[in-house]
Structures are given as C-alpha cells and as structure tokens.
Write a protein that binds this ligand. Sequence first.
Ligand code: PNW
Length: 441
Amino acid sequence: MTTAPIPGFPAGFRWGVSTSAYQIEGGATADGRGPSIWDTFAHTPGRIIDGSTGDVACDHYHRHREDVALLAGLGVSAYRFSIAWPRVRPGGTGPVNAAGLDFYDRLIDDLLAAGIDPVATLFHWDLPQPLQDVGGWLNRDTAAHFAEYADVTAARLGDRVKLWITLNEPFIHLSLGHGTGEHAPGQTLLFDSFPAAHHQLLGHGLAVSALRAHSTAPVAIANNYSPVVRHGDTDADHAAAAAYDALHNHLFTDPLLGRGYPDGFDPGVVRDGDLAVIAAPLDVLGVNYYNPTGVRAPEEDSPLPFELVPLEGYPRTAFDWPVVPDGLRTLLVGLRDRYGDALPPIQITEGGCAFDDVPDADGLVHDPDRIGYLDGHLRALRAAIDEGVDVTGYFVWSLLDNWEWAEGFTKRFGLVHVDFATGTRTPKSSYAWYRAQVGRG
Ligand code: PNW
C-alpha cells in the first residue's frame, strides 16, 4: 500500500517517533543502573506473557549510535525517549550515578549533531525498586524524590533537551499498575489506588519547578486519552459512561488545568496547596491516543461502576485494539471544548499499532496495515487542526519493535523491525512511508 503524504500540516510542525527506556535499552545492570519495579515484575514468573524480560530488549544502551542513524535516515525532527530514573539515582534517594547521566548526555549530543530535537520523558513507569519497597507512589515522599531526580537531570541535560515530559500516562500506570495489576508494581487496589494518582500529579507539579530552574525548554506531561463510546441508553449506562470518562480522561487533566479533581474522584490524600502545585502552567499537553473505549452499566455485583465492552465493526490490530482514526479527532475537539483557553498547545506524543510483521524471503518487512493506520490517524489529526485545535507535533509509537510490557516481545509497534535474537534492525515499509510524510522524500 502506498499513500501520498498528507498535505497541509502547519509550518514548523514537529514530526517524531517515541520510545521508552525499559522497553528498548537493555543494559539492565550496566554502569551502576539499579533495579526498577519493571525488573522485579518481569522476573516474577507468570507476569509476562512470553516469560521475557527487558534485561537486553533492543540493546539500545549499546547500539544507540545505530538507532540515531535510523532516526536521521527517517528524517524526523524530534525523538522522544525516556530517561531511566534507576540509572540516574539507583536508590531512588541517595547518591546520583553520574555514569547513568553520561549515557543520556551522549545520546542527546548525537541527536543534536544529527539535527534531531531531543524530547525527554522523566518517568515512563520504571520506578526505582527501593522506592517501591517503601510504598512507591502510594507514599507521598515519592513525589519529592521525583522532583529531586528531575532537578539533577535538568542540571545536567537542561541546556540541550528541547521539550521535557514529566510523566508518561499516569492513568495507565495507576490503573494497570496499581488498580488491576497487569503492570508493575502489580497491585490490585481498584479505587483504593487513588493516592498513587495524587502523588504522581504532585510529583509532576514539583518537577515542573525543578525543570524550570535549570532549563528554558518547554514542559509537558503525556496523558493517555480514550474517547468513551456508550453502549445502551439506560440511566445506568449514562452514569457508567460518565464515570469511566471521568476516570480515564479527566482525573489527571482536570487538576492539571486548574479544575481540581472531578466530582466523586477525590483521592483522599490532598493537602492544602497541592492543587496549586499540580496546576503549574504547562507549555504543551502531550496526548497519547490508541483507541476509544466501549462502556456500559456494570453487573449488579461488580466492584467497578462501569463495564468495558469491545467495540464491534472496526478492523483490529494484533493487540486486538480497534482501529478508529476518527476517535483522535473527536478526542482533540473534545479536549478543546472542555478546557477552552486553559488548554495548552497539544503534541500527539504517541500513536501507533502492533501487527505481526515478519521479514519476507528477501528480508523486507511489508506492513501495509501500519501505513493505513498512520495515514488514517494523520488525516483525522488534520481534520482536528482544520476545526481549530492547536496541535504542533506528532510522534509515532514506536521507532523500534520493542519489549511491550506484559506482552513481552509478542507485540511489534516499530517502524523498524528488530530481530530480538540478534538485535538486527530492518526498516519496514512504514519507515519509508513516514519519511515521505515528514518531508524527506
Ligand atoms: C502506552 N491500554 O501504553 C505506553 O506509553 C507505551 O510504553 C506502550 O508501549 C504503548 O502505549 C503501546 O501499548 C499503553 O491498555 C498500555 O489502554 C496500555 C494501554 C494504553 C497504553
């Protein structure tokens, strides 16, 4: 499948790709890195579908020059990666590990030499295990430790990072990590997990000040959003859809944009002054979008105030996620309508899909479904921009096939195929397609 580049994106629009530390780096014990909650979780039998770990992953820690060359060949103007807190401060508190910062220092210099803006996420779910041992994000102290880590990181890298992202998808870290347990740290607290929402947000707000003390680069947070598709029309269905919408789409964004927590969702651990810290002005809102969510009223004995239902009638990815490009447009228009002037400019910090990509006899990897996915979502994004939503960038998840959390190596999201036995990288046909889209032919 070939489709022509989609015209009409604003001048200076930022085209990028995203990755995260634990999913690509490997080098789990290299140069003083300590364990994170994901090392612990992945090494616990039964947690990861294929029994794999991120010990080696894409071995990006040792192959980052090759990966920067792939980025340069792709022609993107920005690369979003994450910094591993357990490399920078392995104990979570205590001594800083200079060798950990050295790695990101080199990566950033290599990116700048290739003309690529470094976009750095500080927390993509890899909490240092010693902090989990004293309660993790359920412990208010973790917010202060996160700000200390932001401070030392920005002091070293803040002169060259072009956009900071504090947290990646605090809702997914809350819900899958602390609510239902499919992700690290594997807690199943359901609504009792809410202190971990507040403490992530507090950590974000404290980190914003730390970043601004060392860096003039703009500051963002990357939230996951999923437009709600209500099933059924009873009062109970309407209430369930509203509850899920508040949880997934408003719980983090309302306090960030100065509205406090949604009604009925107070985390119970908010102290005087916290909401002002959390509402520190943001320069950019990062939006990660994969799919909408179908919701209806729960069964009577359900512990949750909603039931999630699969959306029928759409193509599906290898993750079984429905492909609904227009959901991106409705999401963006909905954010603009809800938050109005309080909404900062948006960058789409993740979008992408998993398919079962395999090299053919000639070693080429054809992924027409991914091209179709990206083409559809970029057209929906254009439509949202045409409707007046201020969107200034788009990042594909992901540069590389990588270690997809609880799915291990079984879900391939990359524009570049990775042979996990050898580490060999092979650009897929979507890589050439995206290069044309970003304007490098
Ligand atoms: C995001 N869900 O995670 C993450 O930011 C990436 O690290 C990840 O690889 C990517 O999306 C693909 O999964 C999500 O269940 C994990 O709705 C789960 C969900 C959404 C996003």
